[in-house]
Write a new protein. Structure first.
Length: 460
């Protein structure tokens, strides 16, 4: 088996493209086959080198490695033009001088449906005409093929116009370039997005005209948002890079993407990459649209984060944390982070959330939630006596560890006859700046007695 992933570098790497790449990669790994990366960069006006780098970087981050490539179509133009000349010489293609406006005007006058009307099909124009090269679709007729996802698919040739192979500028178009590359690279299976399904009969006709066996095709379902609209770069968050910047980790992304259309046996959800490779079967890929649910992706990510050991969690989190001015990366910082790593990883779904969770431990000047400060301290009539009692109890707490701290605070709750929950609210805000966060007593233990007492005294 030899498969290919052939993205166009016209923007950030789409999550739909990542899923298609992963499906192809799993097919190759499952069969000890070959995975080819091919960059479709013939559209010089829309393509950018930075997008090529982004595709390669995102694939590498996901662990989707390629066995061949990346090939660039822009470096293979001579192959496409040689094939185009062969098709013309053998009577499968002809030159056309019609502009789109002329075609639309003729269709309007004749009351015909939109599409090319075959005006130049029998004019016998030559290579020196300066026109575009069109494929001569056999009519009447039909193209049938077995799709790995959809079963038998039939296209009536009466609904396929004589499509352009090469523009009048000499630039080859998608169908010709892909067919020639698939032939040259000996691709056996083409698994791609559903949007390419209408191109498939055109590709098969070109394969046949070049006297080559078409590969096996499979078209995976479209990804949609919560409104069941196709994911759009203009409207939805679709870039793999965006999710990576949020702190989605690669194994979680792969696991979630794999299940967007594929239903493994026993309805398993959480699987390692090797387990997915062993289980993957295109026969279990459905054709219904798949909902890309950001909340479910975050849930998957949280499960994967909690499965990390503390060192792995710290290593993955630090690139997000080191962007903050309060992080120095010192040995002391690392020790403090390690002290709360197990607690932090239980409370985040995204690595980008870690910074806010641990911030109170590292800030010298605490950042306060103004609403929490007002409600729990400034407007709380019990705050002064709570602070006084807790400061006294903590001063005597020895050793200053979570268990001892908890006993001291509980004794204050009992002494003041204030429920622990209500007593903790003002002292949490005073020492962390917020009402939510890591467990309070473990946080205080990491901060140290002097820092905790200074922060409490600052609110009296």
């Amino acid at each position: 088996m030899k498969v290919r992933f052939a993205p166009s570098p016209t923007g950030y790497f789409h999550v739909g493209g990542a899923r298609t790449a992963f499906y192809n990669w799993m097919l190759a790994k499952n069969s000890s086959g070959t995975f080819v990366l091919r960059i479709e960069d013939t559209d010089s006006e829309r393509n950018k080198e930075e997008w090529v780098d982004g595709i390669c970087d995102a694939l590498s981050w996901l662990g989707i490695t390629w066995d061949e490539g990346p090939y660039r179509q822009s470096q293979r133009l001579h192959l496409y033009l040689n094939a185009a000349n062969e098709l013309f010489e053998n009577g499968f293609a002809y030159y056309c001088l019609c502009s789109r406006d002329e075609i639309d005007a003729r269709n309007k006058e004749a009351g015909s449906t939109p599409g090319y009307d075959g005006f130049c099909r029998d004019r016998g124009l030559g290579t020196d005409s300066g026109g575009a090269l069109r494929f001569k679709v056999p009519k009447p007729g039909e193209t049938r093929f077995i799709d790995l996802v959809r079963g038998e698919v039939v296209f009536d040739h009466n609904h396929i116009e004589d499509f352009i192979l090469v523009k009048s500028s000499g630039a080859p178009l998608f169908v010709l370039a892909n067919v020639v590359d698939d032939i040259d690279m000996e691709i056996t299976h083409v698994v791609r997005a559903e949007e390419h399904l209408p191109n498939t009969p055109k590709a098969i006709l070109v394969f046949q005209a070049l006297e080559k066996q078409p590969p096996t095709f499979g078209h995976v379902p479209v990804l949609v948002n919560e409104k069941r609209q196709k994911l759009s770069k203009r409207r939805d968050r679709v870039a793999v890079e965006d999710y990576r910047r949020q702190g989605i980790i690669a194994p979680a992304m792969l696991n979630y993407l794999a299940l967007l259309g594929w239903s493994p046996k026993e309805d398993r959800e959480f699987m390692t990459v090797s387990e997915m490779v062993d289980a993957f079967d295109m026969a279990n890929v459905g054709h219904s649209p798949s909902f890309f649910d950001e909340k479910k992706l975050a849930h998957f990510n949280g499960v994967y984060i909690r499965a990390l050991d503390n060192v792995e969690f710290m290593e993955l989190s630090i690139p997000f944390i080191e962007q903050n001015p309060w992080w120095t990366g010192s040995k002391e910082d690392l020790e403090k982070f390690m002290a709360v790593a197990a607690l932090a990883k239980e409370r985040v779904s995204l690595l980008a959330e870690v910074s806010e969770l641990i911030r109170p431990i590292f800030e010298e000047e605490l950042t306060f939630d103004d609403g929490a400060l007002q409600k729990e301290i400034k407007d709380n009539p019990n705050a002064p006596k709570i602070f006084e009692a807790v400061i006294k109890a903590l001063s005597e707490a020895d050793p200053f560890e979570a268990g001892t701290i908890e006993l001291a605070v509980r004794s204050c709750s009992s002494f003041l006859d204030i429920p622990l929950r209500k007593l903790q609210a003002p002292i949490r805000v005073a020492t962390t700046g917020t009402k939510v966060g890591l467990p309070l007593f473990e946080t205080w233990s990491t901060l140290g007695k002097s820092v905790v007492l200074d922060r409490l005294n600052a609110q009296i």
